[in-house]
Design a protein around this ligand. Structure first.
Ligand code: SAH
Length: 213
């Protein structure tokens, strides 16, 4: 699949749209401007790739809305070399954003079909995650902790304890919390048992499900 001037033009328009919705981080905007989102979607949805909307991918899941991806990434405040854990690899689009920012990325997906598809696909675009894992994000990834940042890209009915305990001191957890509708929530770890909590607007994600499939 090609990345044409038309795609690049549409992508710049998308960057302008999410900028107008309040995203300020230039590095995040640049990442969105660089990533060929149309390649992360099934051919039937190509025309929609540069609309600011979520769309279906395989296994009844969705590729998140670009604004949402940008919003969560901005909250994460990624610096090059930061060790980041993503829960919900899905299409790999958010993973690609983290790679563009120079993060060392670990990403967990519970749907085998998506895990397989995305593991093959991302390296083809030059996005090399440190590790893609088929597993259950509720338990995090203890063996690689602590993480500078953890980003959950599915709606969590509650905040999984392992994710808080796998944060480095000064680390940030960005997680949409809620059942039908989720409140974007940021936890900053200030000490072994000290966490600062900030809440942002409401978003809608597919649910964070336990176990793997
Ligand atoms: N970041 C993805 C968003 C995909 S939607 C993207 O940009 O495309 C959320 C993803 O989280 C789905 O792929 C879903 O299968 C996955 N997911 C849900 N519960 C999970 C869990 N407990 N552990 C890991 N992944 C999970």
């Amino acid at each position: 699949m090609k990345d044409t001037f038309k795609h690049k033009g549409l992508r710049q328009q998308l960057v302008e749209i999410i900028k107008s919705k309040g995203i300020k981080d230039e590095k995040v905007l640049e990442a969105i401007g660089n990533i060929p989102r149309h390649m992360f979607m099934d051919s039937g949805f190509l025309d929609h790739a540069y609309q600011d909307k979520a769309f279906p991918i395989a296994a009844d899941q969705t590729i998140s809305q670009p604004y949402t991806v940008a919003f969560q990434t901005e909250l994460l405040q990624v610096k090059p070399g930061d060790k980041i854990l993503e829960i919900g690899t899905g299409s790999g689009y958010q993973t690609a954003v983290l790679c563009e920012l120079g993060a060392v990325v670990y990403s967990i997906e519970r749907q085998r079909e998506l895990y397989k598809k995305t593991s093959k696909f991302l390296p083809k675009l030059g996005y090399i995650a440190k590790k893609l894992i088929f597993g259950d994000g509720y338990i995090g990834l203890k063996e690689e902790a602590p993480f500078k940042g953890i980003i959950v890209t599915a709606g969590a009915p509650f905040v999984p304890k392992p994710l808080l305990s796998q944060l480095a001191i000064g680390g940030r957890l960005v997680i949409p919390v809620g059942d039908e509708v989720q409140t974007m929530t940021l936890f900053i770890r200030n000490g072994a048992k000290e966490f600062e909590k900030h809440e942002f607007g409401e978003f809608r994600f597919v649910p964070l499900l336990e176990d793997k499939n």
